[in-house]
Design a protein around this ligand. Structure first.
Ligand code: FE
Ligand code: CA
Length: 538
């Protein structure tokens, strides 16, 4: 490996940037997309101002389906690019009517109500609808100031005590605006799915041009709005607002309810609990975290009970899809110990073997293990952020290196979970992860150094929507030295899971490039886990 390649590889693992600035005033790029027959709308930072009077510029969303309910979301913003982050709205609260119906033309409205979009929450609304029927498709929309929103489709979870026939969902992570177009969201919106899971890095916080790792001296395909990184409430609102103008992203939200969790870039690169990885003191960082968490709440379809309190937001939770599947959604950022060996790609240091090190914090860990023990589900899913499978990097002439920000930095915490799953005989455990900007299938083992130990669980890792992965030609090296890795692909994309009582199938979808709009999708890998059998097979 040349010094340059090695440096690039470490940058990838570290999510570091080369801090190269592109010139401002580069040719303005315009993102154009059409969404399900609606008029084409032009949105980009450079096209500056919204062209209509409607406050519904950011789309609609639903989330966290229960058998009897779902959360409905929208945010009113006449001008998403207003740098104050207020969406071009005045400080007045606005009455918003919501409607949920059996049909997309709203001839059979089943519930309607009114809520208030408050400037305290950037004129977002989170409606916790109850009293719906289980396992049913619904359509919803909002009305405000005489305008009507786009229509969203959602679906409630199946009846709690029934073994549902099927659950189909997509999952994705790492959508970097400046690295390309959200073809993965466009295609997710075309999938026959009940649900979308998101594994984190929904936004990236960097200043314009600060995280672009292209080979050539070319500007990124598109630009962040504003100047500087998102690090204040106004800045995070502006960043989220810009993302929400993307019509492919809007389409993916309008297609199915999302169950989202975050990773680091919703706040700042590689943070751990109250520790900033970019040099802020604890008080400064916690103020930043509070701003980021509030903006996250304002822009995602979370239940009002997730409303942040200062720098705290409880995001870990469990969703059940009858007795077919139970999904434990983790937060491995808010409560984690600082990366033990210097937040780098490093040889394993003694500090990594401290049993007090944690990814989840002790409360969440106990909640996870108790929940797995109590589960009646056929498939037990852990939906989380960074890769759980070991990734031993053996570069000629050096010690074995591990990425300190992944579960590899916290090996005893990983063992506690995997050993518990094995010891308690948890039924059909599946781990879903993101973060590494590449697609993987891993056998999770109680001892990764011994390929003869039994498989404990299967891990599926989705690639990035757009975030660049400069892993380059390291593919063969990783596959040769990590026999538990069954699949690795470096293209951008997303993943679809089709779950029935007897069989779990995961399909990896990918794009050759996402630097221009309109990338064509293809399926690059299909893996199956049979009920009662550990490990994925092709
Ligand atoms: Fe990422
Ligand atoms: Ca990440």
């Amino acid at each position: 490996m040349t010094a340059h390649t090695r440096q690039r590889f470490e940058q990838w693992l570290l999510h570091r940037t080369n801090r190269r600035r592109f010139l401002t005033g580069a040719a303005a790029l315009t993102a154009t997309a059409s969404l399900r027959g609606r008029p084409t709308q032009v949105v980009s930072a450079e096209s500056s101002r919204a062209t209509t009077d409607t406050p519904f510029t950011l789309g609609v969303a639903s989330g966290d389906p229960l058998p009897g309910g779902v959360v409905l979301w929208t945010r009113l913003a006449r001008d998403p690019f207003d740098e104050s982050g207020n969406g071009g709205m005045t400080a007045d609260p606005i009455a918003v009517r919501w409607e949920i119906a059996d049909d997309d033309s709203f001839t059979a409205i089943v519930q309607t109500g009114e809520t208030t979009a408050s400037p305290d929450f950037a004129h977002s609304v989170h409606v916790d609808v109850t009293g719906l029927r289980p396992g049913r498709e619904y359509f919803y929309r909002f009305l405000a100031n005489g305008e009507v929103s786009p229509v969203g489709r959602t679906k409630t979870a199946p009846p709690a005590d029934q073994l549902a026939d099927r659950l189909r969902f997509g999952f994705a992570s790492c959508a970097h605006w400046e690295h390309g177009y959200f073809a993965a969201y466009r295609e997710l919106a075309r999938e026959e799915i009940d649900l979308v899971l998101f594994q984190g890095d929904y936004i990236y916080e960097y200043a314009p041009g600060d995280d672009y790792l292209a080979d050539d001296d070319v500007p990124p395909p598109r630009h962040f709005a504003g100047s500087g990184p998102a690090d204040t409430l106004a800045g995070y609102r502006l960043r989220h607002g810009q993302y929400k103008t993307d019509l492919d992203l809007q389409a993916a939200h309008a297609r199915a309810p999302w169950v989202a969790t975050w990773d680091d870039h919703e706040v700042a690169n590689d943070y751990a609990g109250s520790r900033s990885a970019v040099g802020e003191d604890v008080d400064t960082f916690l103020a930043r975290r509070a701003a980021a968490y509030q903006a996250y709440y304002e822009h995602l379809p979370l239940r009002p009970e997730s409303m942040p309190v200062g720098p705290d937001l409880t995001l870990y939770r469990r969703l059940r899809f009858g007795t077919l599947a139970e999904i434990s959604v983790l937060d491995t950022r808010q409560y984690r110990s600082p990366q033990p060996c210097g937040d780098t790609v490093a040889a394993r240091c003694d500090a990594a073997l401290d049993p007090a090190l944690t990814m989840t914090g002790p409360n969440q860990e106990q909640w996870l293990l108790n929940g797995l023990d109590a589960s009646a589900a056929r498939w037990n899913v852990i939906s989380q952020q960074v890769m759980m499978g070991e990734l031993a990097v053996k570069i000629l002439g050096t010690e074995t290196l591990y990425s300190d920000d992944q579960w590899d930095g916290y090996p005893l915490a990983r063992n506690r979970i995997l050993h518990h799953i094995q010891g308690a005989g948890i039924r059909n455990p599946i781990v879903l992860s993101g973060d590494v900007h590449s697609a993987w299938v891993n056998d999770l083992r109680s001892d990764f150094t011994d390929p003869n130990t039994p498989v404990v669980a299967t891990e599926f890792v989705c690639s990035s929507v757009t975030a660049i992965n400069p892993l380059g030609d390291r593919l063969a090296l990783i596959l040769n030295t990590n026999p538990h890795v069954k699949f690795l692909d470096l293209r951008h994309g997303y993943t679809v899971c089709d779950v029935t009582p007897d069989r779990w199938q995961t399909d990896y979808r990918a794009f050759r490039s996402v630097e221009r709009p309109g990338a064509e999708v293809s399926t690059i890998g299909t893996f199956v886990v049979q009920n009662g059998q550990l490990g994925a097979v092709t």
